[in-house]
Design a protein around this ligand. Structure first.
Ligand SMILES: [Fe+2]
Length: 282
């Protein structure tokens, strides 16, 4: 099967956030996440830090407008677009201040937008600041099976781990990869369709400490963690930004070979946090 990992590896590149208070969001990402601000002609703002980029636009509601994945070449971009069209998934030309010409977007059956393209420049990897590469994005969904079916069978993500309710046998969480990293996308079964969180992958445990101290200075409390996830085996903690979007800081995320079979975990606190209490989505 033509998976992203095997044919056209993709990495999360930037998130396009909408905000009712874009200046407050911009200030936060500039000050707390060491990101440099590049105002755009349409009133949006690009923010770049080491390995992380966000685009913030004024909007009626806060939340995620699109997640953008970076492909390694124009050839991969064209191959993926052709594969998607062949599978009956409409693609749309996208004009992005961060992507080269030829980037395109798709929408999943619940309307989430994903952009694929080749980065216009990659120098943001060398910007100064605490390390934390934008690495994954996660959603809650009322239609978990349909989302997994779309992202696996149409888009080409690979299942790394499933979390299953042991009594009902129902799938509760699915972690999906688009290259060697354990997950760049995940879906939790939920009572609502909402953006769950996004994650910055650091280099090591000491970076987690430094980010914790950074948020302590800002009087921002950790609401989940520190701990270690079962699936992915990564160290983590989570905080919120001024719009209440959830941010995760992670280290030691595992990698998976292309043909590795999906793992299965029971739905319990220990799966989501081997160290203790967990945030169980309802
Ligand atoms: Fe996460």
């Amino acid at each position: 099967m033509s998976t992203l990992q095997k044919k056209t590896p993709a990495r999360l590149f930037y998130l396009h956030m909408g905000s009712k208070a874009p200046q407050r969001q911009t200030d936060f990402y500039q000050r707390v996440l060491d990101m440099q601000c590049e105002p755009q002609p349409d009133g949006s703002v690009v923010l770049k830090g080491p390995g992380r980029t966000v685009l913030i636009s004024p909007a009626d509601n806060h939340g995620l407008l699109a997640a953008a994945f970076r492909l390694t070449s124009q050839q991969d971009q064209n191959d993926l677009r052709q594969r998607l069209e062949q599978k009956g998934c409409p693609t749309q030309d996208t004009i992005s201040p961060l992507m080269q010409a030829g980037s395109f977007s798709i929408r999943d059956p619940q309307g989430r937008e994903t952009i694929f393209g080749v980065a216009r420049d990659t120098h943001e990897a060398n910007l100064p600041g605490l390390p934390g590469r934008l690495q994954h994005v996660v959603f809650q969904t009322t239609e978990l099976e349909a989302m997994v079916n779309f992202y696996v069978n149409t888009v080409g993500f690979t299942i790394s781990d499933n979390v299953v309710d042991q009594e009902s046998g129902q799938l509760m969480v699915c972690f999906l990869r688009s290259d060697d990293e354990h997950h760049s996308l995940a879906f939790f079964r939920g009572s609502q369709n909402e953006w769950d969180h996004h994650c910055y992958e650091t280099c090591e445990w000491n970076d987690i400490r430094d980010w914790g101290d950074r948020f302590a200075k800002e009087h921002i409390s950790i609401f989940f963690g520190p701990g270690r996830h079962g699936p992915g085996n990564n160290l983590f903690f989570m905080v919120v930004d001024p719009d209440k979007n959830r941010l995760e800081f992670s280290a030691e995320l595992e990698t998976k070979a292309a043909d590795q079979a999906p793992g299965e975990w029971p739905q319990c606190e220990r799966t989501l946090n081997a160290w203790g209490r967990a945030w169980i989505r309802k």
